[in-house]
Design a protein around this ligand. Structure first.
Ligand SMILES: CC(C)(COP(=O)(O)OP(=O)(O)OC[C@H]1O[C@@H](n2cnc3c(N)ncnc32)[C@H](O)[C@@H]1OP(=O)(O)O)[C@@H](O)C(=O)NCCC(=O)NCCS
Length: 274
């Protein structure tokens, strides 16, 4: 048998294949990992039969690790499954991202129960205290006090509840090392029109437009007809993100004396970063 370096029945690259498999629902991913484990184990047994002991031992160890991965993924499914609303289930996708400035890789993933353990609240605290983010999003609700660890815990619990109840959907943007870099959210399950929001650490600037594009793609696949963002007229960086992601400005409204532009994208507009 020839061992190929590509999967001939799959058109994408191996990296794309890994991303597509990673997007499977956890129970389906667990089945895949179990099947892969069984296949590698069979190869190991065949090599053992040909007297290739070292190779066989290596393949058996690989099969055992894959079987462990399958069990953990099944556990992730058992944790998530009772909490999945139909919209949440469709939105709960991970997407690879890259930083448009540096090319560094990131990932967009749901801040749900299954991912809570991976999230270090202290990183959330430090990002939410960065001046532009704190001033715009948290100064008022923290009544001028610093964003505290308890605020991060509340945010993560609220995010988890959103996925559980199917009411709002927060995603975290993580660097390759798993560190939180920012967040984006869809604020309701109202498919005709839903608001989005976001924040990103200045240390990771260059990811947000791509994150919003990825969010639009997942939302479109879930059936959202329109997404919109309310942007203070002075928040040029935020307006730039939405413009680059294919949103267009519409009406202007005033809330608590602050003027906002409503930027929207409808599902047949393609999100194309500029
Ligand atoms: C709004 C906010 C998320 C924007 O972050 P950002 O780092 O400016 O956004 P991006 O990561 O998309 O873009 C950063 C840079 O990368 C470039 N870039 C990003 N994506 C790109 C792409 N796909 N193609 C080309 N260039 C791109 C941009 O040109 C931008 O460069 P510039 O600042 O010189 O114009 C951030 O400033 C923030 O968190 N602000 C506080 C909270 C906030 O305002 N939230 C929104 C409330 S409505």
């Amino acid at each position: 048998m020839t061992h190929e370096t590509t999967v001939t029945r799959y058109a994408g690259t191996l990296t794309e294949l890994a991303a597509d498999l990673g997007d499977l629902r956890y129970d389906a991913l667990a089945t895949f990992l179990q099947d892969l484990s069984a296949k590698i184990d069979r190869d190991g047994r065949a090599d053992a039969g040909r007297g290739r002991k070292k190779l066989a031992a290596s393949l058996h160890a690989c099969a055992a690790h894959l079987a462990d991965a399958a069990r953990e993924t099944q556990t992730a499914w058992q944790i998530s499954e009772p909490f999945m609303s139909p919209v949440a289930e469709r939105l709960a996708k991970r997407r690879p991202l890259s930083n448009a400035r540096t090319g560094v890789k990131y990932e967009l993933g749901p801040a749900d129960a299954a991912n809570r353990m991976e999230t270090d609240p202290t990183t959330v605290v430090s990002i939410c205290n960065e001046p532009p983010i704190y001033d715009l999003l948290f100064a008022e609700r923290c009544t001028g006090k610093p964003y505290a660890p308890a605020d991060a815990e509340r945010f993560l619990a609220w995010a988890e509840r959103g996925w559980h109840d199917g009411t709002h959907f927060v995603y975290l943007i993580r660097s390759d090392s798993g560190e939180v870099a920012g967040a984006v959210d869809i604020k309701s399950a109202n498919l005709p029109s839903a608001e989005i929001g976001y924040w990103l650490s200045a240390r990771h600037s260059g990811v947000m437009t791509n994150a919003v594009c990825a969010l639009c793609e997942v939302a479109r696949g879930t059936g959202y007809a329109e997404l919109f963002g309310l942007v203070r007229q002075t928040n040029i960086r935020s307006a730039n993100v939405l413009r680059r992601a294919g949103f267009t400005p519409g009406e202007t409204l005033t809330k608590n004396g602050i003027r906002y532009d409503r930027w929207a994208i409808v599902s047949h507009d393609r999100a194309t970063p500029g």
